[in-house]
Design a protein around this ligand. Structure first.
Ligand SMILES: [Zn+2]
Length: 91
């Protein structure tokens, strides 16, 4: 068993399959260019609808959706698919 399941072959296969579907970003709805460098903020990332930290399945395609890298990191681990980009701070 690999210590990090994200390095495993089933996970990479899921990522490739999701990427091949060519779906727009689940957060902003924008086109995701599959040819972009993975380090690009607009590159494809696989997002888990139910975060793994909340018991979501890593390998279930139903729990996977496409997202820009920058949109994915902006969302973080917050719950709710439509969390606002800007965090509202009340001081
Ligand atoms: Zn996006």
């Amino acid at each position: 068993m690999p210590s990090n399941p994200r390095n495993g072959r089933p996970y990479r296969r899921l990522v490739a399959a999701q990427k091949a579907r060519g779906l727009p970003c689940a957060r902003c709805g924008g086109y995701i260019n599959p040819a972009l460098d993975p380090r690009s903020p607009w590159s494809f990332t696989l997002d888990h609808i139910v975060p793994l930290s909340r018991g979501g399945s890593l390998l279930d395609p139903v729990n996977a959706r496409s997202m820009h890298r920058r949109c994915n990191s902006a969302r973080g681990n917050r719950t709710g698919a439509t969390a606002p980009l800007r965090s509202s701070r009340r001081w």
